[in-house]
Design a protein around this ligand. Structure first.
Ligand SMILES: [Fe+2]
Ligand SMILES: [Fe+2]
Length: 218
């Protein structure tokens, strides 16, 4: 019985004798073709792959434009962020309405919540909090950004415990309380004070920056 090594050796010698035959039978064009060269038949495949990638890119671009376009229609930067707070709190409420048997639903809602919070935190941390610091409101900005760290800790904890944990709902409830308190502080104190001190141009500028950041994160 031939061993696996013998079989591999014999296959190699068979294939090399086949290629010897093809080159000796006048395959001159094959002599210059490396292992990485593309045959003429590959062109339609490459074109189809590029076409698919372009369609995917356009679809994703369209989805982002639609999502952020809808948010931009809400109004100024603070109104957009307040609407995102409401969206996140509504997702928490859906999560709190589940039971231990609905693990798939819990996972999907949690994934959606993580994406929404990630986008929201990016808009605040890359635009609004730096603008707050520029306006001598570093205390507020640092406190709020510190709370974002604890929001990420809740996400970490929920990922670790899994959706079937008996303490999942309790953890989600504590998480919601933190997000609700944080959102309340932004909407009732930090953001209105900042907005009152802004010129119309500054307000429009921060709004456009939030929309641009939100577009890429959507
Ligand atoms: Fe925040
Ligand atoms: Fe916020």
């Amino acid at each position: 019985m031939a061993t696996r090594t013998q079989n591999r050796t014999s296959n190699r010698s068979n294939s090399s004798s086949t290629s010897d035959r093809s080159s000796s039978s006048g395959g001159a064009s094959n002599q210059n073709r490396s292992a990485f060269s593309w045959g003429e038949g590959a062109a339609p495949v490459i074109a189809a792959a590029l076409g698919g990638a372009m369609i995917g890119f356009a679809a994703n671009y369209g989805r982002k434009a639609l999502k952020q376009g809808m948010e931009a229609a809400i109004g100024d930067w603070d109104q957009i962020l307040a609407a995102e707070h409401d969206e996140a709190l509504a997702l928490f409420d859906k999560m709190l309405a589940t039971d231990e048997t609905q693990t798939f639903k819990r996972k999907m809602l949690f994934m959606k919540l993580c994406h929404a919070l990630d986008k929201h935190a990016h808009e605040e941390e890359m635009v609004v909090y730096p603008a707050l610091r520029e306006a001598n409101e570093a205390g507020d900005a640092d406190h709020l950004e510190g709370e974002h760290g604890y929001i990420k800790t809740f996400i970490y904890d929920l990922n670790e415990m899994g959706p079937d944990s008996p303490t999942w709902l309790e953890k989600v409830r504590e998480f919601r309380d933190l997000v609700s308190r944080h959102a309340h502080m932004e909407e009732e104190q930090g953001f209105p004070r900042f907005k009152r001190a802004m010129s119309e141009e500054q307000n429009a500028h921060v709004t456009s920056l939030v929309n641009r950041d939100g577009f890429w994160m959507a």
